[in-house]
Design a protein around this ligand. Sequence first.
Ligand SMILES: [Fe+2]
Length: 164
Amino acid sequence: MILQKELEKCPIGLTDEAAEEAVKALLSLLSMSYLLAVKTQNYHWNVTGAHFHPLHALFEEQYNELTPAVDEVAERVRQLGYFVPGTTQFYQHNAVTEEQNDFPDATEMLRRLLADNMAIANQLRRVVPELEKIGVDQVSCDMLSDRVAVHEKNAWMLRSHLAH
Ligand SMILES: [Fe+2]
């Protein structure tokens, strides 16, 4: 990941390694959250079938939570003395999740959103203990951990709609 430093030294006094590793984790989360927000809103628009209304509403609830969350993550990157990349190319390059250019049925939409939410939760669960090991920024760690809970809750709701 190519990082753009604004300031030579971390303005809140973290070591270079601590700030850099936190920024990488935050920008990776930001990338995946942004792509997931776009996908979730797109499915809100394009969902069809007998469960149109509850799914239309569920997807709206989830993307409405993601957008301000992305903002908090981006602002933490700025507090650490780095710039926040603003291209979808960067987001695509730095997300483990993928975009799809098609219009799947409601079940496939739920499966994909479930997979993306779990991919984010799993990545964060791996990253947070690694950051804590190198004595990194506690605020970023807390922020990343809080997002695990949100994505696990999203996953539960999506999974529940898939139950027969
Ligand atoms: Fe809408």
